[in-house]
Design a binder for this molecule. Structure first.
Ligand SMILES: [Zn+2]
Length: 195
């Protein structure tokens, strides 16, 4: 029996016009960059909480939101977790905190790295892994703004603004690009799911 074919690429119902997608990605990215730090305002969560500084917000976005928006949010989370990998020192609130138990200390960079890659994998999944966007009218436009290319361009742009302009650092930008590649790899072998 044939398995039902999983639809790739963007959903027409979400963002029909290809020109809208970069903005959906950008808006999502802004939300994703900011979201993990809501732990500072949520009771019971310490800053750099394991709950919000994780792949969880990306997964929830993928479950509940339009794909282009979810892709942006997941990517924003991935970028902010990657930026969090470069504190001045791994002490205090630079480390990841479990509710009630406190800091996971030395495991923090491992946690952040793995979850950044996983969040980026979610972004790749939501953006569609290969092929032209299903709703693009023109072949040339499809080639230029296919999901992979677009996710890469927006990720690089967002990371450049957030990390290089925002924090004056260059190394984390390279780390974001590595996370983009690793997330792409993870998205390819992760079990099919979602919509
Ligand atoms: Zn944070």
């Amino acid at each position: 029996m044939r398995r039902p074919q999983r639809r790739r690429g963007w959903r027409a119902a979400d963002f029909d016009h290809a020109a809208v997608r970069p903005f959906a990605l950008l808006f999502g990215a802004a939300v994703g960059l900011w979201f993990p730090d809501i732990d500072q305002t949520v009771p019971l969560l310490d800053h750099r909480s394991v709950v919000t500084h994780s792949v969880l917000p990306a997964l929830l976005a993928a479950l509940w939101l339009p794909r282009a928006l979810a892709a942006g949010i997941a990517m924003g989370v991935a970028v902010t977790l990657t930026a969090d990998l470069f504190p001045e020192r791994w002490v205090g609130f630079a480390t990841i905190h479990l509710p009630l138990f406190g800091s996971i200390a030395g495991a923090s960079p491992v946690w952040l790295g793995l979850n950044a890659v996983a969040a980026m994998a979610v972004a790749h999944r939501c953006a569609g892994l290969r092929g032209a966007p299903t709703t693009a009218r023109a072949g040339t436009a499809a080639w230029l703004i296919g999901p992979d290319r677009m996710l890469f361009a927006v990720t690089a742009g967002v990371a450049a603004v957030y990390i290089v302009l925002g924090e004056g650092k260059l190394v984390p930008l390279a780390a974001v690009l590595a996370v983009w590649v690793a997330g792409r790899g993870m998205a390819r072998w992760a079990p099919a799911g979602g919509r």
